[in-house]
Design a protein around this ligand. Structure first.
Ligand code: FAD
Length: 198
């Protein structure tokens, strides 16, 4: 798996307000200071941020739950009466080689549209381009596509500035765009550019 250290998260300064966090490059950790003033020697600090999908109800209903509720490309579980969408769902995506679970508002909304269309007689596979956005301080961060597996990046704009794009390529093909307050963000163009071959 590829990290996105060379994408926007690497180039963008942390601009949260109030400045309760800051991002620094270089240097080495030598100690951790606790809130009661103790200084604990440390060579390495590990932290974890993540989620565990809440699949107990689905499992109790007899559904396949493995890193989320397993669904097919139309977001249907193995029970034809039960669809599943959102953070808790492990689904096949044309944008990655295996199944994936995505945690974003846009993914949940796009998946809801796909299921709603099927329920009114317009079945179609879920193929929406993964698109993430978040407002962090005065930055609007957006990612179109999936960054994992990129082997080349192209920075457009100034590193460490408020406006920049990092285009991520795999084997010469655009797979994702990672942007900070980029005025030219064009989801439709990225949809067309990153669409996997049929
Ligand atoms: C701190 C934080 C910041 C985030 N910021 C962003 C962001 O900037 N941009 C972005 O795109 N996404 C962001 N997300 C992620 C985003 O909130 C989720 O991806 C999105 O809400 C997923 O929608 P969902 O409907 O799948 O799940 P949820 O919104 O979590 O809704 C699931 C609901 O099901 C209920 N539920 C669970 N189990 C049961 C049960 N057994 N019985 C009945 N009800 C149950 C829960 O109480 C909840 O109300 C953030 C998440 C967090 C926690």
């Amino acid at each position: 798996m590829c990290s996105n250290w060379d994408s926007v998260s690497w180039h963008a300064p942390c601009r949260r307000k109030p400045p309760s966090c800051s991002a620094r490059r270089g240097g080495k950790v030598s100690a951790v200071e606790t809130d009661d003033g103790r200084m604990l020697p440390a060579e390495l600090v590990g932290y974890g941020i993540g989620v565990i999908p809440n699949g107990e109800l689905a499992a109790a209903a007899g559904l396949d739950v493995h890193n989320g509720i397993r669904v097919d490309e139309t977001l249907l579980t193995e029970d034809p009466a039960i669809s599943a969408i959102g953070d808790a769902v492990n689904f096949p995506s044309p944008y990655c080689a295996s199944t994936i679970r995505l945690e974003s508002v846009q993914n949940a909304v796009d998946q809801a549209r796909t299921v709603a269309a099927r329920l009114v007689g317009k079945p179609a596979p879920f193929t929406a381009l993964p698109w993430f956005w978040t407002d962090q301080g005065d930055l609007k961060l957006q990612i179109a596509g999936l960054l994992d597996g990129h082997d080349q990046t192209v920075l457009i704009g100034e590193a460490e500035s408020k406006h920049m794009s990092v285009l991520c390529f795999r084997l010469g093909r655009l797979i994702a765009a990672d942007e900070a307050s980029a005025p030219g963000f064009d989801l439709k163009a990225y949809e067309a550019a990153t669409r996997p071959a049929a």
